[in-house]
Design a protein around this ligand. Structure first.
Ligand SMILES: *[C@@H]1O[C@H](CO)[C@@H](O)[C@H](O)[C@H]1NC(C)=O
Ligand SMILES: *[C@@H]1O[C@H](CO)[C@@H](O)[C@H](O)[C@H]1NC(C)=O
Length: 438
């Protein structure tokens, strides 16, 4: 190696050292995992999760879930603010001073009838925790317990964000508007994953999940007898042409290397075999990773719906439902936090269990936090190879492998604790011999 290379190597090590030489803190993740796996803590998390599972509540209606969270925080002696965003709770553990790091869990369930027959099945007909948010809450409460029991190790403040309405309601946005991120330097969030093995995690730096929006259009013509079409203006045919034209936006107007989706998922109109209806309602969703692509889709959907309807003499009124279903920005992971996450998760699980993954077209309202501050979102495996294959989120057969709870709790707690340690403002640059861990 030339002298120049040696100099650059030393320089690179020097620049990386605040991230990599977390002196004396690499034992935190395995220590916290052992703590979380202890029978008492594990059984308690399982109990919390089952209680929430039995009583699922939809977005902005999580009153009992919120009450349960506050009761458990009270028992631990953790202070919190409530309510933010109707049912949201924000807890604080540590010194009450900077730095501040946030951990987030979502509380809402889905309007799905549970089909899994088990002792703790949903007691509310037509509602179910089919996306694992019950386990997310249990894991964040588990993290609260670990952190509170180790509070003397916290060099700053951990902010616990329990938010409502992740499933399309934009609960995160309202939490931010009401001050949940005040003083917060960084935020972490997770989602259970049914296909990923237990004890493994997966994520990526940069774009992880797409931005998403919804649209609904009413296409109006003139109803009449189906056998005398010349006296009507047929909105069914116009809507059909609109749908076909919408499919050209991604196939003909988008860069093939810039992933996008436009799906019409709703088509309502007509009710008789021999009547041309007055109007048809169509609706759907669109997804993209880049803000420009997303705004381009939004504009072109509007133009195609109104323009193509006009070709067939129909009128179209389109709405993007921004009040009930705000646009979700893309979920974009901070690159520095990605390196940091790999170190912490690697120390807990072994670096071979920390996987990189491809981006997905799904979306997450965690993205709202990442628009404000650096944030990191990752998937937490729960498939035990010796058990049956777990079903996908939003399936009425969705199940949680409760063995995942200690992993989520310990990862949350470790990510926060070490983040505070390494974010000390007065960190002195390490001396030569501190490069040992490299
Ligand atoms: C690093 O850790 C070792 C052992 O835990 C300790 O003796 C030493 O003082 C630490 N160094 C610094 C700079 O904190
Ligand atoms: C998978 O399940 C089996 C039986 O329930 C258990 O013995 C094993 O420890 C589990 N594996 C992991 C990684 O937890």
């Amino acid at each position: 190696m030339s002298l120049f290379n040696w100099v650059s190597l030393v320089l690179v090590l020097y620049l990386l050292s605040p991230i990599l030489s977390l002196n004396g803190s690499s034992d935190i993740p395995p220590r916290f995992l052992n703590y979380a796996k202890k029978k008492e803590l594990f059984d308690w998390m399982v109990g919390v999760r089952r209680k929430i599972h039995e009583n699922p509540e939809l977005g902005y209606e999580e009153f009992e879930t919120s009450k349960l969270i506050r009761a458990e925080l009270d028992k631990m002696g953790v202070k919190y603010k409530h309510p933010l965003s109707v049912t949201g709770v924000v807890g604080f553990i540590g010194s009450g001073k900077p730095p501040f790091v946030a951990l987030r869990a979502d509380m809402d369930a889905l309007a799905i009838q549970e089909m899994v027959e088990w002792e703790y099945k949903s007691k509310v007909s037509g509602k179910m925790h089919a996306c694992g948010h019950d386990s997310h809450v249990a894991m964040l409460l588990g993290a609260a317990k670990i952190l509170q029991d180790h509070r003397e190790e916290l060099k700053g403040t951990v902010v616990l964000i329990f938010q409502p309405a992740e499933e399309g309601g934009g609960g995160a946005k309202k939490m931010i508007d009401e001050g949940a991120l005040e003083n917060v330097n960084a935020i972490f969030g997770l989602h259970v994953a049914n296909k990923l093995p237990l004890g493994e995690v997966a994520s990526r730096p940069g774009p992880l999940l797409a931005g998403s929006g919804f649209f609904e259009a009413v296409i109006s013509g003139k109803g009449g007898h189906a056998a005398i079409p010349q006296h009507s203006i047929d909105p069914i045919l116009a809507a059909s042409n609109v749908i076909v034209s919408l499919q050209h936006l991604v196939s003909r107007e988008a860069d093939p290397l810039d992933s996008q989706v436009v799906t019409v998922a709703k088509f309502q109109g007509g009710g008789a075999f021999n009547v041309i209806p007055d109007s048809v309602t169509i609706g759907g969703t669109f997804r993209a990773f880049l803000k420009e692509s997303f705004m381009q889709l939004r504009q072109r959907i509007e133009e195609v719906v109104t323009g193509q309807a006009a070709v067939q003499r129909c009128k179209a009124v389109i709405s993007f439902l921004e009040n009930e279903k705000p646009f979700f920005p893309p979920t974009i992971n901070d690159k520095y936090l990605h390196d940091y996450f790999r170190i912490v998760a690697g120390d807990m699980l072994g670096i071979d269990k920390v996987k990189d993954m491809q981006p997905l077209m799904g979306s997450e309202d965690f993205a709202f936090y990442q628009e404000m501050i650096p944030g990191y979102f990752f998937f937490l495996g729960m498939q035990n190879g010796t058990h049956k294959q777990l079903q996908s989120p939003h399936s009425p057969y969705f199940e949680i492998n409760e063995d995942v709870l200690p992993y989520g709790a310990a990862l949350h707690a470790s990510l926060a604790t070490r983040y505070l340690l390494q974010s000390q403002p007065e960190v002195t640059l390490p001396a030569e011999n501190d490069h040992d861990e490299l």
